[in-house]
Design a protein around this ligand. Structure first.
Ligand code: NAD
Length: 501
């Protein structure tokens, strides 16, 4: 019997009351490695109850004690990051170095959250009115839900839970059913770090689990990351139920290369950002927009680098691993067929490559198209695979117009040596995260991560001070302590609206 991974609630495994499960596969070999429980409505109820019961005690735990536990989590994770990276590679397929990079970027948010005592400081005004003082505080929300995608099994949950926990909330994480084991591993690490039972809980499953969280009266907020249709659904359903929701969606990220750019740098970065993690990153570059005479020389350089990449099992030193599932492989292959049929020039064809792997893994090799136009499905759709499209335009203005006409607005990059063009670009482009000669401009933990347009629903980005704001509510306290020596001790009767004076 294959192992069935169960939920984690109240500091221990929680066996599902239902019998629905899903396969967990190793994408490099195609083998089913375990089963994961899919939550029933009763499982949702019991997991949220564990988080709800833990909330008052955790809220009232001192800031310094809470922060010490977060710091201890950091220390344990530093010592054992390799274990987590191996779990990510075994279920997602990305190469080990990439998985280690994901853990390191998540760890930055843990480190940011260690500064929570400073981040939660309110402000105070003495004598705002005669004898009246005002101060503000921020308090945790209660039980917060996190729903994460398959492509970053550790980092995306870590965009949220370190801040939520350090701020005094209790968490129910619903990880992607395709990559459930990283969440379980992190739950055990929290327990080892001394986090009280019920503060961090994991609910596995599919739409039943998500819908349960979206409508549960004890869940106060939802942080979602995934595809745009589901992000929109989560935002609309969660806000209709009165919850605070941040829902990060899909992307189509453009990299504009001006003729004056360093074309070797641009080609290196296009390949890294296009094919890293097999293109399964929300900040992957999928559209290279070559301006004017940059085109031919750039495509030649990208093609040369693309053909040199090694595709295979992420544990064998390959540059690029498999796609996450057989369905993802078939979908990506279908887009390559469609691009060819639509008349784009197929410069490097990744279909049918022979990977360095055992078994029946889900591989598509790096694929490069040139002369792609904005009406082709390889441009209009988020492929989420190792397919890089080059589009040709004559001017900078055409490039910016193309980006601004795209429904997504997650990340974008400009490659140039012209500071004036770079300055204009960051002002004019309707995208949330901009790179200047940087292809994947993922903000540091102390800034906030988020796109515009169909890449984010809600108004609060992830982590940084916006994250602290999302996981807390503000209160303003106005107080007067009458001076017993004053003759106006009682203040007198006055039904007018109070004004300062
Ligand atoms: P997905 O939308 O299929 O799944 C995300 C989560 O939603 C999972 O936990 C899944 O179980 C759940 N879910 C799936 N279908 C559902 C439904 N019908 N009802 C309720 N819940 C449902 O996304 P994915 O394939 O796991 O991840 C890839 C997508 O995530 C891409 O579109 C990528 O761009 C996006 N992404 C965005 C960011 C960002 O920061 N904007 C970051 C990472 C990934």
């Amino acid at each position: 019997m294959a192992e069935i991974l169960q939920h984690w609630a109240g500091g221990k495994p929680l066996a599902s009351s239902g019998d629905r499960t899903g396969d967990v596969t190793d994408p490099a070999t195609g083998a089913v490695t375990k089963q994961v429980a899919f939550a029933s409505p009763d499982d949702v109820e019991r997991t949220v109850a564990a988080a709800r019961d833990a909330f008052p005690g955790w809220r009232d735990t001192s800031l310094s004690r809470r922060t010490q536990i977060v710091f201890r989590f950091r220390e344990l994770l530093n010592a054992r990051a390799g274990e987590l990276a191996a779990i990510i590679t075994a279920e997602h397929g990305k190469v080990l170095a990439d998985a280690a990079g994901e853990v390191a970027r998540g760890q930055e948010v843990v480190e940011f959250a260690c500064g929570m005592p400073h981040l939660l400081k309110g402000s105070a005004s003495a004598n705002a009115s005669s004898g009246v003082d005002v101060h503000s505080i921020r308090q945790p929300l209660g039980v917060v839900g996190i729903i994460s995608p398959f492509n970053f099994p550790a980092m995306v949950p870590m965009w949220f839970f370190p801040i939520a926990i350090a701020a005094g909330n209790t968490v129910v994480l619903k990880p992607s059913e395709k990559v459930p084991s990283a969440a379980q591993w992190m739950a055990e690490l929290w327990a080892e770090a001394g986090l009280p039972d019920g503060v961090f809980n994991v609910l596995h499953g599919d739409k039943v689990a998500v819908d349960g969280l979206l409508t549960h009266p004890d869940v106060k907020s939802l942080s979602f990351v995934g595809s745009t249709p589901i992000a929109r659904y989560v935002y609309e359903t969660g806000t209709a139920a009165g919850k605070r929701v941040q829902a990060l969606g899909g992307a189509k990220n453009h990299m504009v290369v001006l003729p004056d750019a360093d074309l070797d740098l641009a080609a290196d970065q296009a390949v890294n950002a296009g094919f890293g993690s097999a293109g399964e990153r929300c900040m992957a570059i999928s559209a290279v927009v070559a301006v004017g005479r940059a085109g031919d020389a750039l495509v030649e350089r990208i093609a040369q680098r693309t053909t040199g990449l090694r595709t295979g099992d992420g544990r064998r030193g390959a540059d690029m691993g498999p796609l996450v599932t057989a369905a993802a492989r078939d979908r990506v292959g279908g887009y390559v067929d469609a691009g060819e049929a639509a008349g784009a020039s197929l410069v490097v064809d990744g279909r049918g490559i022979v990977p360095d792997a055992e078994g029946e893994g889900f591989f598509v090799g790096p694929t490069l198209f040139d002369h792609v136009t904005t009406d082709m499905s390889i441009y209009t759709d988020e492929i989420f695979g190792p397919v890089l499209s080059v589009l040709r335009v004559e001017t900078y203005d055409e490039a910016v117009a193309m980006i601004n006409a795209n429904p997504y607005g997650n990340g974008t990059a400009l490659f140039t040596n012209d500071g004036g063009a770079a300055r204009r670009f960051q002002q004019e482009v309707e995208v949330g995260m901009i790179g200047i000669n940087v292809p994947i401009p993922v903000p540091m933990a102390y800034y906030s991560f988020g796109g515009w347009k169909s890449s984010l629903f809600g108004d609060t980005h992830a982590h940084g001070t916006e994250g602290v704001h999302f996981f807390t509510r503000g209160k303003v306290v106005t107080s007067r302590w009458p001076d017993p020596a004053s003759p106006e001790h009682g203040g007198g009767v006055d039904l007018g609206f109070p004004t300062s004076g």
